[in-house]
Design a protein. Structure first.
Length: 178
């Protein structure tokens, strides 16, 4: 692999980002890192990445979806993978509609991300689960759907859901029930 693979990592967790940077550099990628959307336009003009890994939930409740939209507008051929510890159907659908190639739940490693870059089509053979959806999972997905509709503005999402902002923040801090 040559340096024709230019990777941008948009991740607010500096330790995780540093690990990804080193791992991808060992695989021959030229890598840049941003902790959020600030500075993205300037970096795109200077670096012009061919690949991007974007965290869904960035610091200060910022959404990685706006980064995906910006990256796809800059280069529709860019291979974009969204990583998240807050996976939901709503955010997965929005990420793909905005131009991401794949959507991976954390924890994901370099092998998972690189495989996602290479998958250009869906897999019709993916295993369907026989498990029914729980009430807690439905609630989680509804919350994330409303969050996506409100551009990840917690106060606005709480208003739309009829919840106090702090109650919504507490629900978002909990891990999804499997």
């Amino acid at each position: 692999m040559t340096n024709e693979h230019r990777l941008l990592i948009v991740e607010d967790d500096t330790t995780f980002a540093r690990t990804l940077v080193r791992s991808f550099e060992r695989r021959g990628y030229s890598v840049r890192h941003l902790p959020g959307e600030a500075g993205l336009p300037a970096l795109l003009e200077e670096f012009a990445p061919s690949h991007a890994v974007v965290d869904l939930k960035l610091a200060a409740n910022a959404s990685g979806l706006s980064c995906v939209k910006h990256l796809h507008a800059f280069d529709p051929e860019m291979l974009i993978v969204v990583l998240t510890g807050y996976a939901s159907i709503a955010t997965a659908v929005e990420a793909i509609k905005l131009g991401a190639r794949h959507y991976l739940a954390k924890p994901s490693n370099t092998d998972d991300i690189e495989a996602a870059f290479q998958r250009a089509t869906g897999d019709a053979e993916v295993e369907l689960t026989g498990r029914t959806t729980s009430i807690k999972t439905l609630e989680w997905e509804h919350i994330h759907e409303v969050l996506a509709e409100s551009d990840f503005n917690i106060s606005e999402a709480a208003r739309r859901l009829g919840l106090h902002r702090r109650t919504l923040a507490r629900k978002l801090e909990k891990r999804r029930i499997k």
